[in-house]
Design a protein around this ligand. Structure first.
Ligand code: SF4
Ligand code: SF4
Length: 144
């Protein structure tokens, strides 16, 4: 059986992978890289995640409570998740395909923050790729 320290180490690495992946995608958008390159990167990251996505989700959910002990709180006590301003949202659904944690979904034809507590703490990458209206917001200060 893997001990707790190793589980936490593994979860941190998964989290780093997700955040680095988002940062790479964000940079590619800022640099306006060729659409083919961006889509090729998307495909590669999907292939990397796909075979293990079910296992990864089960594992992540099972031990995330332990991981958040790092913050001395349960995940649901940590108010870090996106909010959508519907006066600005264009319902383009880019945030759904962008977020690797499946935070967004569609309900009654409208994009919603369906799983707020799946959001990676202190990640705000989706707010920078949202439409020019900046419909997605996060708390002003990062969680310490
Ligand atoms: S990316 Fe922005 S504008 Fe598009 S659906 Fe998501 S919140 Fe709305
Ligand atoms: S919802 Fe959270 S985890 Fe997903 S991209 Fe936005 S900030 Fe990152």
């Amino acid at each position: 059986m893997i001990d707790l320290d190793k589980k936490i180490e593994l979860l941190k690495k998964i989290r780093q992978f997700l955040i680095i992946n988002l940062e790479i995608k964000k940079l590619m958008q800022e640099l306006n890289v060729d659409r083919d390159i961006y889509e090729a990167y998307e495909e590669v990251t999907k292939i990397v995640r796909q075979p293990n996505i079910k296992l990864y989700r089960q594992y992540y959910d099972a031990i995330k409570e332990m991981f958040y002990e790092e913050y001395g709180k349960k995940r649901k006590d940590i108010p870090w998740y996106p909010k959508i301003d519907y006066t600005k949202c264009k319902n383009c659904k880019k945030c759904i395909s962008f977020c690797p944690r499946g935070v967004y979904d569609v309900e009654n034809g409208k994009v919603v923050v369906k799983y707020p507590y799946s959001c990676i703490i202190n990640c705000n990458a989706c707010s920078t790729m949202c439409c020019e209206n900046n419909a997605i917001s996060f708390p002003d200060t990062k969680i310490n």
